[in-house]
Design a protein around this ligand. Structure first.
Ligand SMILES: *Cc1c(COP(=O)(O)O)cnc(C)c1O
Length: 390
């Protein structure tokens, strides 16, 4: 058999992002047992760093063994019981998945719908909440990776709390890239993923749950339907009780610890600024090539993912093929109803850099010309450089 020797790609899609060299090193470290005192120290460090990265003191802060979707499923199945009412914000690909999970749990999902490419409005949310008798939770995606739309959370949180509901936020593409402060924004539950702005391989889902939400879980009338995702049981392993629950994916926890240390060393605010700055330059370059963003409202565009409309008559697949074959760059296409309509360029974690912005703009220009799209040579690069200079 051949040994595995994958091509080196620059991963500028919707995730996974490239893995930091320090994280590869952590991944190749010796395995110890999942009950080894050394591993407990690493778990504690990881938990501590996760709290700082989420900006919270929540005791129930840990990493679920599984990808971002496992985090989504875990938090919803701990909160939602049969017959509950949950308001789900739907303005992209990931909202409907929350609806699906809520309904599978035997609860009523009330959807707040907005067109893909727009943020959910407060009026629409209030309207949906008014249709509920006792809404238990509001679920919302903070960074819609399918549309490049940023959803501000503080106002959503206030509206949810006014009706006695908790706020569950999908922060898969925001943690470590977008401004996110769980405590200050009064987010009751947030879950994320390891392979987006944290530059780990996929496999862990950081979550944090505040006291208000823990109370809801404690006061459930029925047991959590999922054995594996019963958060209070998992917490017994992630707290000083150290009760075996399942064998933690040791190497992935090493990786996450290292990833969070890298975030800490750079500083969360510096990281937010860096993501914003590179996105602005990317945006300037793309607009200078005559292309349009999917998200019309400038202040609702994600710093971690840029969704660009594909010009009429051009196949997104041809553009992406040129980027991959000639430049080794992966970018994403549209999901669901946006299939063929947009390109998705991720600038997540270490991938948010001046070098990568200039590279992808150059590659995109080449790909567009190849398809016969008229663009002045170097227009994108020039505008991006100008953006960095201001
Ligand atoms: C990637 C992503 C997910 C799913 O995460 P997986 O790691 O693929 O399971 C969920 N929500 C958002 C917003 C995402 O970007």
């Amino acid at each position: 058999m051949r040994t595995i020797c994958p091509p080196e790609r620059l991963l500028l899609g919707p995730g996974p992002s490239n893995v930091h060299p320090r994280i590869y090193q952590a991944l190749s470290s010796h395995i110890v047992g999942h009950m080894d005192p050394y591993f407990f120290e690493i778990m504690d460090e990881t938990k501590d760093l996760l709290k700082r990265t989420f900006r919270t003191e929540n005791e129930l802060t840990l990493a679920i063994s599984g990808t971002g979707m496992a985090g989504m499923e875990a938090v919803l199945c701990n909160i939602v019981e049969e017959g509950d009412e949950v308001v789900v914000c739907v303005n992209g690909f990931f909202g409907p998945r929350m609806t699906d999970i809520v309904r599978r749990l035997g609860a009523r999902a009330v959807e707040v719908k907005e067109p893909w490419g727009k943020a959910v409005s407060l009026e629409a949310l209030r309207d949906a909440l008014s249709k509920c008798t006792r809404p238990k939770a509001v679920a919302v995606v903070n960074a819609e990776t399918s549309t490049g739309v940023f959803q501000p959370l503080p106002e959503i949180s206030r509206a949810a709390h006014e009706r006695g509901a908790i706020l569950v936020a999908d922060t898969v593409t925001s943690l470590g890239g977008c401004e996110l402060e769980v405590e200050r924004m009064d987010i009751d539950i947030a879950y994320s993923g390891s392979q987006k702005c944290l530059n780990c391989p996929p496999g862990l889902s950081p979550i944090t749950v505040n006291e208000r939400a823990v109370e809801l879980i404690r006061n459930r009338k029925t047991r959590v339907r999922s054995w594996y995702f019963d958060l209070l049981e998992i917490l017994k392993y992630w707290s000083q009780a150290r009760v075996y629950h399942h064998t933690a994916p040791i190497s992935m926890v090493y990786a996450l610890r290292e990833a969070l240390a890298i975030v800490e060393e750079e500083g969360l605010e510096n990281r937010w600024i860096r993501h914003r700055r590179n996105r602005e330059a990317l945006e300037a370059g793309i607009e200078a090539m005559g292309l349009k963003m999917l998200a019309e409202e400038r202040d609702k565009r994600l710093p971690t993912l840029t969704a660009v409309k594909v010009p009429k008559g051009i196949a997104d697949t041809s553009l992406r093929k040129t980027l991959l074959d000639q430049f080794g760059i992966e970018i994403g296409g549209g999901l669901g109803e946006l299939k063929g309509e947009i390109l998705r360029i991720g600038t997540m974690g270490l991938n948010s850099s001046r070098r990568n912005v200039l590279l992808v703009l150059d590659a995109l220009e080449t790909a567009l010309r190849k398809e016969g799209y008229g663009v002045r040579k170097g227009a994108g690069l020039q505008a991006a450089v100008a953006s960095y200079d201001t």
